[in-house]
Every structure is written in C-alpha cells, then in structure tokens.
Design a protein around this ligand. Structure first.
Ligand SMILES: Cc1cc2nc3c(=O)[nH]c(=O)nc-3n(C[C@H](O)[C@H](O)[C@H](O)COP(=O)(O)O)c2cc1C
Length: 173
C-alpha cells in the first residue's frame, strides 16, 4: 500500500504514548507502513496518507503539543483521512459517561469541524498517582476521579482495526 500512516500523540506521563504504540502495532499487523511519533516531533503531514492523533486530557483540555499540531496542520489534515482520540477518564464503565458527556475539547471543536475526522474516540486513561505532583493529586481527588490504569486495550485494538479496514478499503493494494 502506498504511503505511510502517522500516529501522533501528546502525553504527560506516558499512558497515551502506550495507546498510540498499540494503535501503531495493530495498523502494522494489518500490513500498513506506520510511524508513531510524539506530536511535537512529527514533521510534514503532507508525506502521510492518513493521520491518527491522540492526546491525554487534563482539565478538559488536550495537551498543548497535540492542540498545536492539530491547528498548525489543519489544512493538510483536512485533505486526508484523520482519526482523533483522547485518553482521559479513569474509572469503570463507559468513558464518555464518566466525564458527563465530554467528547472533545470545546476550543478545538471548530478546527475538528473543518478537518472532518473519520472518528473522534474517547478512551479510558491511566492516572498513576506515584508520578503526579501534589496539585495533580489534589485535583484528581477534587473531581472524584479514581487513580489507576483503566485503559481498555480491547476497545483500543478494535478501534485501530477499524482504521486499518477503512484504509485498506480506500487505498491502492
Ligand atoms: C490533574 C489531572 C487532571 C485530569 N483531568 C482530566 C479531565 O479533565 N478529563 C479526563 O478525561 N481525564 C483527566 N485526567 C486523567 C488523565 O487524562 C489520564 O490519566 C490520562 O490517561 C493520562 O495520560 P498520560 O499518561 O499520557 O499523560 C486528569 C488527570 C490529572 C492528574
């Protein structure tokens, strides 16, 4: 298949980077040529045939590296298939229910509307108290979000498989 797929991510403590790596692995297993990179290290989007972009969520916002990437590459992203994901909610159950319907940062929604991603996913995240500073621990308690690793690898794998299927359908063999 022609062209590479970029999986770009923004992370603070590594949980989102591991989700991006898993997505990359699934795409590779499907025969795609994939690069998994931190958003701030990803170069020219024009060289990729498709882009998956994800970020950790802190206080309802994407990490600034992912937000900056989305804004800086809006035009190029609008011209190719794009999938967006967030890694955030901690706790058992539907991640969107856990965050009272939050799906994507409000401030970035107009950019996403122009890019028209194929999908915007929310995955449960991982809050590792050992890595957090005092303020972060306090804030997590304040929003009653439990600490722990709630990443749903099955959901992540299934989502990545759906991306692989879509790209295989659209691209040349
Ligand atoms: C201070 C703090 C605030 C957070 N705020 C949110 C939030 O608003 N929404 C959400 O879904 N998750 C929130 N989280 C959970 C993180 O997004 C989640 O743990 C994520 O998977 C961490 O990813 P990272 O290890 O890649 O940084 C917060 C975590 C901390 C410590």
């Amino acid at each position: 298949m022609d062209g590479k797929v970029l999986v770009a991510y923004a992370t603070k403590y590594g949980a989102t980077a591991e989700i991006a790596e898993r997505i990359g692995q699934v795409l590779r297993q499907a025969g795609l040529d994939v690069e998994v990179l931190a958003a701030e290290r990803a170069g020219d989007v024009q060289v990729y045939k498709a882009v998956v972009l994800g970020s950790a969520v802190y206080i309802g916002q994407w990490r600034k590296q992912a937000a900056a990437f989305l804004k800086a590459n809006e035009q190029a992203l609008a011209g190719r298939p794009v999938w967006l994901f967030s890694s955030g909610p901690t706790g058992e159950g539907d991640p969107v229910e856990l965050t009272q319907g939050w799906r994507f940062p409000k401030g970035l929604q107009p950019v996403a509307d122009r890019i028209q991603p194929r999908d915007i996913a929310v995955f449960a995240g991982s809050a590792n108290v050992e890595k957090m500073n005092f303020l972060e621990k306090f804030m997590l308690k304040n929003v009653k979000a439990p600490a722990g690793d709630f990443r749903d690898w099955e959901a992540i794998t299934a989502w990545a498989a759906s991306i692989a299927a879509a790209l295989k359908e659209s691209g040349p063999a």
